[in-house]
Design a protein around this ligand. Structure first.
Ligand code: IFM
Length: 447
């Protein structure tokens, strides 16, 4: 048996837009993902999050489900436009009431809440004023964070400011592959800086207010390997790593952007004002790591600004997932060691890890998802090895609790350990959920 340390926090994760539905109910404001998905050309099958898993109306049953699986913690996100329909100003009592009930329900069930403040659903009104490219959004986020801390201090144990600021900034503002759908590399860099700055402001408010709980941020981090020992490949890999990982890890833990990278991107550098880097690098209580993939990077003359070509790789015996992603479990151990050796020793939580596979339900909607079990098991073994090597890893959250709206891919990929029948909204735990329950119960993995 591979035992995990006592108190290891086992959980599952979701996000507001991906599961809640009720997109315009009870005074909720429009988010950038409402706007984006309502353009039928933007999402696979013209799917939207209008109804999603209808979690807004089924929350008590969903918490009961979480409890029945024996999960110790639940990571969810708060929809900013649900609680502040205009982005700033007057709060929406019914929106807050929903999260009051969710948190109370979790606490009653003995489940530790971890709340993300921004899992991508920025209020559209703020996007209309420039979104994350505008410095004014930093102030708006800080006030939103204050509202949440004030209300849930002492109830929510873990607050994460942002989920995957790389995806928000680079995919949302740089490559136009996510809402708000902008393709402007300079804006991506500026958005990244404002996201980091707003994180820092929220941390400052949290400390100054003496709120209870822990504060951190969730980053999507990959493991990067050069395609060969050719110096050009090594340098290209370093640039890719700096854009994707160091652009976020370095300011948070070292108070500076990676210098070589800034020099390389020249006029695309973000505008940074005096005091910004100090705010961004204030000590945090935990780092959330979302690990999905390892990239092999080579030099490419046609490789855009970075002159790099990056491709996901799979470890021997692993194919690709329904997302077309490679599967490389050893990359998780390497990544965790790398963070621990180069950036921080604070507690790390794997806040997301999981896979979308072709699930084939039987007549009762049950899915025998051995592939997902193998995926989670191998990643947990890699995490276990990292712990043995001294990494301060404190918990693991599978992505995702249930099948949900997978952004531009709509409802086609299914990441859940619980199946959702979108016609009936029936939830059916998959074999992976039953297996994961057992892992949690014994705090370890069988040999
Ligand atoms: O569904 C997403 C989640 O919202 C953020 N991290 C990656 C997941 C899978 O793509």
């Amino acid at each position: 048996m591979y035992k995990f340390p006592e108190g290891f926090l086992w959980g599952a994760a979701t996000a507001s837009y991906q599961i809640e539905g009720a997109w315009n109910e009870d005074g909720k404001g429009e988010s950038i993902w409402d706007r984006y998905s309502h353009n039928p050309a933007m999402v696979y099958n013209s799917d939207t999050g209008d109804v999603a898993c209808d979690h807004y109306h089924r929350m008590p049953q969903d918490v009961a489900l979480i409890k029945s699986l024996g999960l110790k913690a639940y990571r969810f996100s708060i929809s900013w436009p649900r609680v502040l329909p205009s982005g700033i100003g007057t709060a929406n009592p019914k929106g807050l009431d929903f999260y009051d009930r969710l948190v109370d329900e979790l606490l009653k069930a003995g489940i530790t809440p971890m709340a993300t403040l921004n899992h991508w659903d920025l209020p559209q009104v703020l996007q209309d004023q420039g979104g994350w490219n505008a410095r004014s959004t930093v102030e708006a986020f800080a006030e939103y964070a204050r509202l949440i801390f004030e209300r849930y201090s002492g109830k929510i144990k873990f607050f994460a400011t942002h989920n995957e600021p790389w995806v928000i900034s680079f995919m949302g503002y740089g490559f136009a592959t996510m809402a708000p759908g902008i393709a402007d590399y300079s804006q991506a860099l500026q958005a990244a800086h404002h996201l980091l700055l707003s994180h820092g402001k929220a941390v400052q408010i949290f400390r100054q207010g003496g709120y209870h709980g822990q504060i951190g941020i969730v980053l999507n981090l990959g493991h990067y390997v050069p395609a060969s020992d050719n110096p050009q490949d090594i340098a290209a890999c370093e640039r890719q790593y700096q854009q994707d990982n160091a652009m976020f890890l370095s300011p948070i833990f070292k108070g500076e952007y990676p210098l070589n990278f800034l020099q390389w991107i020249k006029h695309h550098q973000p505008k940074v004002e005096g005091g910004d880097m100090q705010l961004i690098s204030q000590p945090i209580d935990f780092l959330g790591v979302n690990y999905y993939m390892t990239h092999e990077v080579s030099y490419s003359q046609n490789g855009g600004l970075l002159k790099s070509k990056s491709q996901m790789i799979s470890a021997p015996g692993w194919g690709t997932t329904e997302m077309g992603w490679g599967v490389y479990p050893p990359g998780l151990e390497k990544l965790l060691l790398h963070i621990s050796e180069n950036y921080t020793k604070i507690p790390i939580y794997i806040t997301e890890n999981g896979t979308a596979l072709l699930d084939t339900p039987d007549a009762n909607q049950f899915v025998m998802d051995r592939g997902r079990i193998n995926f989670i098991r191998e990643h947990l073994l890699a995490a276990h090895q990292a712990i043995q090597a001294g990494v301060n890893l404190k918990g693991y959250f599978v992505w995702s609790l249930m099948d949900n709206f997978e952004w531009c891919q709509g409802y086609r990929p299914r990441f859940g350990i619980v199946r959702v029948d979108y016609n009936t909204q029936k939830r059916t735990p998959k074999q992976s959920a039953l297996w994961y329950s057992q892992v949690i119960a014994q705090n370890g993995i069988n040999d």
